[in-house]
Design a protein around this ligand. Structure first.
Ligand code: BES
Ligand code: ZN
Length: 884
């Protein structure tokens, strides 16, 4: 992608040549936690497949001391000349002569750094009970960082077995993918040498080590796998929830996939510094602390359900990803999309209390659509030339859209058929690699249908369709006219005229929970007959919101549904889908904020958290527009929202009631927080009182309303409130509370406080780099905050790049997006884009890496601007009409 009119840089990316491949590695590393370094010795068994006088392997940030070749066992080794390409991270090893196809061994001696960039073999820092600074070492190799730890064929296609040996200080625990097979004193007797069993055939990005003062709890699965949860000292009890769940999960997957987990053990370890959420290293899964550790009285329901999802996600990878791996990163979705889908399958079946499929709609379906509605989206099967573009691809397309498309297919084929296809696929490609086509072939075999034809439109084209539906009655038949076109958030034309095969389901007013009819839309425009529908009865498409498409109804069709939305006769998944579609159509200009408010008003009896979430999102758009219009408009809009939310707020109150489900407290938090944001004074007072009672009398705040409470304190509590939050952050040891105080404090309306917060977090480094992006999260709450965050980002971009390890870092990219995305005018869109074009701290390669995230943010800014322009008049009239 070219940026700013600059030609794409001329650098041409290269994969490793295919004339040689590794079969086995013997890797010995001696990390030194005091000196932040490690020494390494590795032997790689290589099969030469075509005559060559050179071998190439990946290596990065390694000081290679020597490379030697053994062509026949027992031969003396020859030391070889090497050259290094620092753009490709490829070490070329010159062979003494042209070697014909044969097996050889390369022996590498090298030294590396335990870096602080959360990639490769890196160090993580924490304080022990006495407050002393301590370090542990851990790894993050996906996608291309195994090469930071030892020279290797660092592409997923090169599967090999690994023997790992770690030499560490006696008091430390050393972990790797496999179980320990021996522990002996080192040559000088000062350290211990820990040797691990041979791994199965696997890709380099799945290798892992961990070294530190660790403690654990353990349990066994029914099938006899030893499961452990490791933490830094003092935290192992917080691993109990994940341990119990992971034991269940392995057994559940063993059955579901019909392939037993092949390793004797699986460790789950919480690492204090971790760039992503978690990583599925085979047998040694690494997690952020917040993604693994739970304190039953303190963790919020939402966070607990996230822990369940993350645990289940990574363990699903043990099959989808580790056992069967994509051939190249283009098919990344084959592992991420399926691990994401299986996490919901597992949690849905085993943790009913979370009502996880309701959350699926907002967290996966809606979030996938939000990104995929942009012109700067990308297909699920995305061309990856240079893996430097890779981090950016771990996005809501690869995760949320893939996940939703899988769910759509699962419903279309039925779960047993879908499962049968997946089992076929896993068995056929285990210990090997696959491409998307292989999966479609297996699913076609299982279903007897042409799955490739059905699905390729969803994975190879970007975007998704919106169906325009109108109807007429013919006796007892309802005739639907359906047109598809690409849904683009700005409402504009699709440059490509894309078409999809859309599985359509229909439900009707007299049986709202049933699928009355099924069709497959293949053409741009088709008519379908639904039999047995009374005149006047509503007809709705996409029953259960199982499809990855939006529907735009004729006025008549929409109006007919409103009473059953109000009475909640329409099922919750459908109510959510309908309202979320409407909210998205706001930006296209095809639905006005007034129409949305009408639907919101008819949802006064709504009792489900997720549906309120969709309503609330529309309200937040209304407030966003009003804020840009004038002080008075903003005031009136706030009053309108109070009018809409007040009754529900009063009914819900603030306290948990006996016998409620897990969603009620979240709903309470959402509604009361919206009322507080709208300036409803009694609600604000109540929140402040809860916070003060907590600080002064120790009255606990329910974990599910804690973030809302902190937010109100930060927005309305001035310096005093801010200081209390800061104090709480400094004294708590619990990561979720830490995070929530930061998100809250960043919402302060006072610039000096925001400046203090940013200095504290970024300059004084009091916030771990992995968490610094949370300082941006709340700044969109005020115009001052937006401006501050943006200016700060611009002025410190050099430090950000340096700290997060470059433009390819996902932490950097997330900060970039947060810094701009709450703007809402054309002028800001241009300013944002221009900054990156002109920024001296970026190279052309950086600009290329960042093209898509920048494009997406610019587009998001323009969408807000558009929303405002198309709704100015509507909002004025709406507010007049409601007399507020
Ligand atoms: N394989 C990924 C971790 C990863 C992401 C490595 C990006 C390299 C680059 C892991 O399985 C994952 O998907 N983690 C998610 C959490 C999950 C529950 C969606 C994450 O880290 O956000
Ligand atoms: Zn994953």
């Amino acid at each position: 992608m070219a940026v700013c009119g600059n030609p794409a840089p001329s650098f041409k990316f290269e994969r490793l040549p295919t004339f040689a491949e590794p079969t086995h590695y013997d890797v010995r590393l001696s990390p030194c936690l005091n000196q932040f370094s490690f020494e390494g010795l590795s032997t790689v068994d290589i099969t030469i497949k075509e005559a060559t006088d050179v071998l190439k392997v990946h290596a990065q940030s390694l000081h290679i001391q020597s490379v030697s070749l053994v062509s026949n066992p027992g031969d003396a080794s020859k030391t070889l000349e090497t050259s290094y390409d620092d753009k490709l991270n490829i070490l070329s090893i010159k062979l003494p002569s042209v070697l014909q196809p044969q097996k050889v061994q390369l022996v590498f001696k090298f030294v590396g750094e335990l870096n602080d960039k959360m990639r490769g073999f890196y160090r993580s820092q924490y304080k022990d009970k006495a407050g002393t600074e301590k370090f542990l070492a851990s790894t993050q190799f996906e996608s291309t960082y195994a090469r930071y730890a030892f020279p290797c064929f660092d592409e997923p296609i090169y599967k090999a077995t690994f023997d790992v040996t770690l030499e560490v200080e006696n008091h430390l625990t050393a972990l790797s993918n496999m179980n320990v097979i021996s522990e002996t004193p080192s040559a000088d007797g000062k350290r211990k040498v820990v040797k691990f069993a041979t791994t199965p055939k696997m890709s380099s990005y799945l290798v892992a080590f961990a070294v530190g003062e660790l403690e654990y709890i353990s349990a066994q699965t029914k099938s006899g796998v030893e499961m452990r949860v490791y933490t830094v000292p003092g935290k192992k009890e917080q691993g109990q929830y994940s341990l119990d769940l992971s034991v269940k999960c392995i057994d559940w997957y063993n059955e579901w996939f019909d392939i037993p987990y092949p390793l004797p053990k699986c460790d789950l370890i919480a690492i204090p510094d971790f760039s992503m959420g978690a990583m599925e290293n085979w047998g040694l899964v690494t997690y952020r602390e917040i993604a693994l550790l739970v304190d039953p009285g303190v963790t919020s329901t939402r966070q607990k359900s996230r822990v369940a999802l993350v645990v289940a996600h990574e363990l699903a990878h043990l099959w989808f990803g580790n056992l069967v791996t994509m051939k190249w990163w283009t098919d990344l979705w084959l592992k991420e999309g399926f691990a994401s889908f299986m996490e919901y399958m597992f949690v849905g079946a085993n943790c009913p209390e979370f009502k996880i499929w309701l959350h699926f709609l907002n967290d996966e379906l809606a979030s996938g659509m939000a990104l995929d509605g942009l012109r700067n989206s990308h297909p699920i099967e995305v061309e990856i030339d240079n893996p430097n573009e890779l981090d950016e691809i771990y996005d809501s397309i690869t995760y949320a859209k893939s996940n939703s498309v899988n769910r759509m297919l699962c419903y279309y084929l039925s779960e047993p058929v879908f499962q049968k296809g997946l089992r076929l696929y896993l068995k056929k490609f285990q210990y090997s690699n696959a491409v998307t086509q292989d999966l479609w072939t297996a699913l076609s075999e299982a279903s007897g249908q042409n799955v490739n034809e059905l699905m390729s439109g969803w994975t190879q084209q970007m975007g998704f369709p919106v169906l325009h539906v109108s109807q007429r009655q013919d006796g007892n038949n309802r005739i639907l006219t359906v047109r598809q076109r690409r849904f683009i958030s700005d409402g504009g034309e699709d440059p490509k005229n894309s078409l999809w095969q859309v599985p359509i389901t229909v439900s009707i007013g007299s049986a709202p929970s049933e699928v009355k009819a099924r069709f497959l839309l293949k053409e741009q425009h088709q008519e379908f007959v639904v039999e047995g529908v009374q005149p006047g009865e509503w007809v709705k498409l996409n029953s259960g919101t199982t499809g990855f498409y939006r529907v735009e109804y004729s006025d008549e069709m929409l109006t007919a549904m409103l009473p059953d939305i109000a009475s909640r006769k329409m099922p919750v998944l459908d109510r959510f889908g309908l309202i979320n579609d409407l909210s998205a159509l706001l930006n296209t200009g095809r639905v006005s904020i007034a129409q949305f408010v009408q639907v919101a008003a008819s949802s006064a009896n709504e009792d489900e958290f997720v549906v309120w979430g969709a309503i609330d999102e529309g309200m937040s758009k209304l407030l966003g527009c009003a804020r840009e219009m004038s002080e008075d408009t903003l005031k009136s809009a706030k009053q309108l929202i109070i009018k809409l939310f007040e009754k529900t707020g009063a009914e819900l109150g603030f306290a948990e009631q006996a016998g409620e489900d897990s969603q009620k407290m979240m709903l309470r938090a959402l509604v009361q927080a919206r009322l507080a944001r709208a300036g409803h004074q009694p609600t604000i007072d109540k929140f402040n009182q809860m916070f003060n009672d907590f600080l002064e009398k120790g009255t606990p705040i329910h974990p599910d309303i804690r973030l809302s409470t902190f937010g109100v304190v930060a927005r309305c509590g001035g310096k005093e409130g801010f200081d209390k939050l800061m104090n709480l952050r400094e004294t708590t040891t619990f990561q979720e509370i830490e995070r929530q105080t930061m998100i809250a404090m960043s919402q302060t309306p006072e610039q000096p406080l925001l400046a203090q917060l940013f200095e504290y977090g970024f300059e004084k480094n009091k916030v771990r780099p992995q968490d610094q992006l949370y300082l941006f999260v709340g700044t969109g709450a005020t115009q001052m905050g937006q401006q501050y965050a943006w200016t700060y980002f611009c002025e410190h971009i050099k430090e950000f790049l340096e700290k997060y390890g470059g433009a390819n870092s996902s932490l950097f990219q997330r900060c970039l997006k947060f810094a701009g995305e709450s703007f809402g005018s054309e002028q800001r869109a241009v300013e944002f884009q221009d900054f990156f074009c002109n920024c001296k701290d970026l190279t052309d390669t950086d600009r290329q890496t960042l093209a898509r995230p920048i494009g997406q943010t610019v587009e998001a800014i323009r969408l807000s601007a558009r929303l405002l322009e198309s709704n100015r008049k509507v909002i004025e009239e709406l507010l007049k009409q409601h007399n507020v």
